[in-house]
Design a protein. Structure first.
Length: 86
């Protein structure tokens, strides 16, 4: 977090409808840390989630149609595992 606190910043103007602004201002975290800090955190979380979704999609595409060959590679390990009865 220290890294973000000491990075150069630039003021930007963002339009937010009044209902959303009231919801934002009512949030305890916003009251404690301020709108800017809250919005910075929200943007970071959004970008991290977006990157994860993109990575997941790339992984799914890379392994599409490979289930049988991948299962063949690990089947001996699965068969050798002790499984609970039930």
């Amino acid at each position: 977090m220290w890294y973000y606190l000491h990075m150069p910043s630039k003021a930007v103007q963002v339009s937010i409808d009044t209902t959303l602004l009231r919801e934002l201002d009512a949030d305890p975290e916003v009251k404690e840390s301020g709108r800017s800090a809250f919005i910075r955190t929200a943007v970071r979380l959004y970008l991290a989630a977006k990157e994860r979704r993109e990575n997941d999609a790339r992984m799914a595409q890379a392994y599409a149609g490979e289930a049988d060959s991948l299962l063949g590679e690990i089947e001996p390990l699965i068969d050798g595992q002790p499984w609970p009865e039930g």
